[in-house]
Design a protein around this ligand. Structure first.
Ligand SMILES: Nc1ncnc2c1ncn2[C@@H]1O[C@H](COP(=O)(O)OP(=O)(O)OP(=O)(O)O)[C@@H](O)[C@H]1O
Ligand SMILES: [Mg+2]
Length: 319
């Protein structure tokens, strides 16, 4: 495993190299195959590393503990939402000691950052729900009065709530930026019945999470879910829809402090914005062009990011 020690806080895991088959790496997570369960169900080991991505580039330095925060926040939500029965999820367990394939010496570094999951065929649609005027929707609203093509009432201010949350799907691009698509375009890609199911589950999950979070002083401005089709023992996709990946973390969601709501400005959220602002200042100064490798991030910027992520975990009671 590649580890580095940033100051004295804790070890950062930037990559893993476990003696397990089927290694796949995303921008943040490393995935491995585990032997099937007794019923032949395909299983994956999902490890959240401390890698940080911004502007779709993985930065050279990892943020120590970020993967743990992501995993603990995700698990808290998986547990909380599973009870509501909206859609089954992919989590089997998150106990590093219950994975006999892991070497004892790797366990301390992996503790609290793994999930053992049901493997799925991931549906190639990013399922976004938005409830507040922010981000790319704000720019579009100012120009056209719409957000991802959905007409909104006049007079909304930045950070105001929509009358109803909206479903704004995007393509899950293998490379480069995700692109917003219409419901109809999504239906061409995955079929209309599945697209309807994605919209229904996404909006119900968003509404439930928003209500739960509101009671904890957090506003869920928007979020992205991924879904997959469960696999049969031979690895073929079934019709069973599963909620997969991470959910409701500051990497996938826009979280705001409730006390900053309704002031006509976008609240300073618990997210990567300080990092993005710093990176943008590097771009503006001509020192970076948004291609890999990114610049080394000052420790104070990295600490601000970790603090913001931890605050979401603290308010929820997930950490
Ligand atoms: N149960 C599952 N079965 C199969 N794949 C999964 C499952 N849960 C999550 N994944 C996939 O694992 C990857 C998680 O890694 P990570 O979050 O780092 O990726 P990403 O950079 O966001 O996405 P990508 O690299 O696919 O664009 C994603 O590609 C996600 O779709
Ligand atoms: Mg991801």
């Amino acid at each position: 495993m590649n580890v580095s020690v940033l100051s004295t806080r804790e070890v950062a895991i930037s990559s893993t190299n476990l003696a397990l088959p089927g290694r796949r790496t995303g921008k943040v997570r490393d995935l491995y195959e585990l032997p099937p369960d007794l019923d032949g169900g395909r299983r994956l080991l999902v490890i959240a590393t401390d890698r940080v991505s911004a502007f779709d580039v993985v930065l050279p330095e990892a943020a120590p503990g970020k993967g743990r925060l992501l995993t603990q926040i995700s698990l808290w939500w998986f547990r909380r939402l599973r009870r509501l029965g909206i859609v089954p999820d992919h989590v089997i367990h998150a106990d590093v000691d219950a994975v006999p394939q892991l070497r004892p010496e790797d366990r301390p570094l992996l503790r609290d950052r793994i999930m053992v999951c049901r493997a799925a065929k991931v549906v190639p649609i990013e399922c976004v729900a938005r409830g507040f005027l922010a981000g790319s929707a704000l720019a579009e609203y100012r120009r056209h009065g719409t957000a991802c093509g959905v007409r909104l009432p006049a007079g909304l201010r930045p950070g105001d709530a929509f009358p109803e949350p909206i479903f704004t799907p995007a393509t899950k691009a293998a490379e480069g930026h995700d692109e917003n698509i219409s419901f109809e375009r999504g239906a061409e890609v995955v079929g209309e019945p599945l697209m309807r199911a994605l919209r229904d589950r996404t909006l119900r999950l968003y509404a439930a999470a928003r209500e739960i979070a509101a009671a904890k002083g957090l506003v869920l401005a928007d979020t992205k879910f991924e879904f997959g089709l469960a696999l049969d023992p031979s690895g073929r996709p079934t019709e069973e829809l599963l909620l997969v990946d991470e959910i409701l973390t500051p990497d996938s969601s826009r979280w705001w402090p409730a006390e900053e709501l309704g002031k006509g400005v976008i609240p300073r959220g618990f997210d990567k914005q300080p990092l993005r602002d710093w990176l943008q200042s590097e771009v503006d100064a001509g020192r970076w062009d948004k291609t890999p490798p990114g610049p080394a991030v000052p420790e104070v910027v990295q600490t601000a990011l970790l603090d913001a992520y931890a605050e979401v975990g603290r308010r929820l009671g997930a950490i």
